[in-house]
Design a protein around this ligand. Structure first.
Ligand code: TYM
Length: 349
């Protein structure tokens, strides 16, 4: 924890929470921007003695249509992805959002704290609802208030996320601050978004100006965690690039979004900085660099996808793990919700 965040958080002990939507296949963006960093936080939590809590946010996923069987499968697949990436249910709490009703209960209270204008400013709402806002679900609009509840029902102080979630974590702080101010209590912490590492924004393989996303209509735009070696190699081979050789300095990647993205992915997968990567590959053509990247991506991702496939053979084991996680999560969430009910004047008898 940084000195400044420690100073601001004196009343709250550190606790880490984050979540991923089971709204489709996991991408390399989810892995590098989130899951791999969750594992780092898990290790740090063990050493420094704080809890780490990771969630499959199925209630968020259904803000856009989800086929019920697909939602169930994707939720288990995400749990398998967490475990295969190195999250250990003995070390972190792993669970499914809808199994802990306190999220929805606190979410309602935050719907009454958050202002319409705050929600309307959310860039993800604007992107996802598109031009036809009248036809978007009410849940999609209220989504950031539920996300604030996910975080604050655990009094989480640190939330590791990719760049695209920063605005939502900042809104969580606004909701906490308004709640604390309106009820005259320092009850909710000012949560810090933790956006760090080489890959906070992994871009599409087809368009370096767009985020790599599970909802991109083109499967060639992303690497899925379940892709086999051939698919990974073929997507990297066909990734859009420019005709120039790679530069030796990061400066030389300016205005070369696609080239920058591939170097960035290489850096993140090999735990190096972009500078270090370019020292080795500067001067190489993409015809030489792409096979290197494909080999590295396969080496890192294949063991994870193999383990995910193995875990998916035993869905009852996954359900048992997340059931246990939900019980652990409720032990933390229930007293926070109970106190919130007291603060706002709800009778609990
Ligand atoms: P979601 O499901 O879209 O993404 C999960 C995590 O993956 C990160 N991510 C990326 N990082 C780098 N490059 C990319 N291309 C990329 N794509 C996705 C996201 O930043 C995120 O960290 N609203 C959240 C889920 C959520 C949540 C929460 C997160 C619900 N409640 C509470 C933290 C705390 C979302 O839609 O993430």
């Amino acid at each position: 924890m940084s000195d400044t965040s420690q100073a601001k958080q004196t009343a709250f002990k550190p606790r880490v929470f984050s979540g991923i939507q089971p709204s489709g296949g996991l991408t390399l963006g989810n892995y590098l921007g989130a899951m791999r960093r969750f594992v780092d936080w898990q290790d740090r939590g063990l050493k420094e003695g704080f809890e780490t809590i990771f969630c499959m946010v199925d209630m968020h996923a259904m803000t856009v249509w989800q086929d019920p069987d697909a939602l169930r499968r994707q939720t288990r697949e995400l749990a398998a992805g967490y475990i295969a990436s190195g999250l250990d249910p003995e070390k972190s709490i792993l669970f499914n959002q809808s199994q802990v009703p306190e999220h929805a209960q606190l979410g309602w209270i935050f719907n009454c704290v958050a202002r319409m204008g705050w929600m309307q400013r959310m860039t993800q709402w604007k992107d996802k609802a598109g031009k036809n806002t009248q036809n978007a679900s009410l849940g999609l609009f209220a989504y950031p208030a539920l996300m604030a509840a996910d975080i604050l029902v655990y009094h989480a102080t640190h939330v590791p996320v990719g760049e695209d979630q920063k605005q939502h974590v900042e809104l969580t702080r606004d909701i906490a601050a308004k709640f604390n101010h309106d009820y005259g209590q320092e009850f909710f912490p000012m949560t810090e978004p933790v956006i760090e590492g080489a890959a906070t924004r992994v871009m599409s393989l087809r368009d370096g100006s767009k985020k790599m996303s599970k909802s991109d209509p083109s499967d060639m735009a992303r690497i899925n965690m379940t892709d086999d070696a051939d698919a990974i190699a073929s997507k990297i081979r066909k990734a859009r690039t420019d005709p120039d050789a790679l530069p030796s300095e990061v400066e030389g990647l300016k205005e070369r979004a696609e080239a920058r993205n591939l170097v960035n992915i290489y850096a993140a997968l090999s735990d190096q900085t972009m500078e270090q990567v370019l020292q080795d590959v500067g001067g190489k053509q993409f015809s030489e660099f792409k096979p290197m990247l494909a080999e590295l991506a396969v080496a890192k991702l294949a063991p994870i996808s193999t383990e995910m496939a193995r875990l998916m053979q035993a869905p009852e084991e996954i359900d048992a793990i997340i059931g246990k996680g939900a019980a652990q999560a409720r032990e933390i969430a229930a007293p926070v919700l109970a106190k919130t009910y007291d603060i706002v004047g709800m009778i609990r008898s």
